[in-house]
Design a binder for this molecule. Structure first.
Ligand code: SF4
Length: 377
């Protein structure tokens, strides 16, 4: 039987760099894009994993802003990919592309459908124009609405909208306005992440002392409100920051959180194949020279497989099943983490739901500290 595989394509180009962004992304000229897409195609068609061993279940085209590409540029890659990986779960596929308002047109949306893409992830971030401006986004709320309507017209029936909370100048009320505006459109999926000020960004220079940002209490209120409000609108929280209508969870991301096998193509992309992690080159020059060359190749020792299972699994609402853990590692979760579990359960950060371990509300508030307790060293 062929093994299931998820595939990620990284398109590192954006119209303009947002002030808070530390992703591997930048504005580009047409020539640079062409050269990159050539390299990407070379990487795909020479992949050692191509052929009959795998059946592709999910595809995620992310970035960057993949919607800056012309339909033809994307089609070339996907055609090469379909040839190199001939086994696809086509009927039951989830093929997502990230798009940003301002860079996507009705024609591009229609091309995506023809290429087999059946899920969109639209970066809205905030429905308040003033907040969008502060983030350095290139679009307005109106631009977003146009993209969303066009996507529905083109037949997309599986759409995610990305939001951000804890933005500079954002209040609980302005966040509520963005969230309610989003939910009223009834997308199938909503992600709402708390802004993290990353080193190397303009936001780090401007806000590293925290001045101008909502305080932790307000941030917590935003999180609580998201959970409660979206529940009333028919969205279930299935991961710390992700909400979906029934059956519309992002299957591609679930593969990451459940440690399935995934292959990343493109600049800086990471992969996990046969318990080995590796990464592509992160500078354009190196990547274009030899796109198949991998960095940081590491066969994961058992202890790291266990740690990852815990801290990725606990991010999900369904938690970590003791039975599945035993089937995977032939070890009892309760025994190997006895001390940490006792401490975290007594502190009210974790609880057992039957034989499944889950974070409590208190645990979610300080999830990074809780999850760190599952590191062995
Ligand atoms: S559009 Fe996304 S990837 Fe591009 S700069 Fe803005 S946040 Fe970063």
């Amino acid at each position: 039987m062929r093994k299931p595989l998820s595939v990620y394509f990284h398109i590192p180009f954006c119209t303009k760099k947002c002030y808070y962004c530390d992703f591997l992304s930048f504005p580009s000229m047409e020539r640079e894009r062409e050269q990159y897409m050539d390299a990407l195609l070379r990487e795909v068609i020479s992949s050692p994993y191509r052929g009959e061993k795998y059946k592709v279940q999910t595809v995620f085209i992310g970035g960057g802003t993949p919607s800056v590409l012309h339909g033809k540029e994307l089609k070339n890659i996907l055609d090469g990919f379909k040839e190199a990986f001939p086994y696809m779960a086509y009927e039951d596929r989830e093929w997502t592309i990230e798009v940003n308002p301002g860079s996507v047109t009705k024609k591009k949306l229609s091309d995506y459908r023809k290429m087999g893409i059946n899920r969109l992830s639209i970066g809205l971030q905030s429905a308040i124009d003033e907040e969008l401006k502060k983030l350095g986004r290139v679009h307005t709320k109106e631009d977003f609405l146009l993209t969303y309507r066009q996507a529905r017209e083109e037949g997309f029936d599986n759409i995610n909208i990305d939001l951000l909370s804890a933005l500079p100048g954002q209040t609980l009320n302005s966040y509520k306005e963005s969230l309610e505006f989003t939910a009223q459109l009834e997308p199938e999926h909503i992600s709402s992440y708390s802004l993290i000020i990353e080193e190397g960004t303009l936001f780090h220079q401007w806000y590293q002392d925290g001045k101008g940002l909502p305080d932790e209490e307000v941030e917590r209120e935003m999180y609580e409100y998201t959970k409660q409000y979206l529940k009333t609108k028919g969205y279930d929280r299935y991961e710390i920051s992700n909400y979906a209508k029934k059956g519309k969870e992002c299957r591609h991301n679930l593969v990451y959180w459940q440690r399935g096998e995934y292959l990343g193509f493109g600049l800086g992309s990471s992969s996990l194949m046969e318990e080995t992690r590796f990464q592509n080159k992160t500078t354009m020059e190196q990547y274009k020279k030899d796109p198949g060359k991998k960095n940081n190749i590491k066969r994961l020792p058992l202890k790291e497989q266990i740690e990852e299972t815990m801290f990725l699994g606990l991010r999900m609402e369904k938690g970590v099943s003791r039975k599945e853990f035993y089937e995977r590692f032939s070890m009892d979760l309760k025994e190997i983490y006895e001390n940490s579990l006792n401490k975290l359960e007594q502190g009210g950060f974790l609880e057992w739901r039957g034989e499944t371990l889950v974070l409590t509300k208190r645990g979610i508030d300080v999830s990074n500290q809780v999850l760190a307790q599952f590191l062995f060293d």
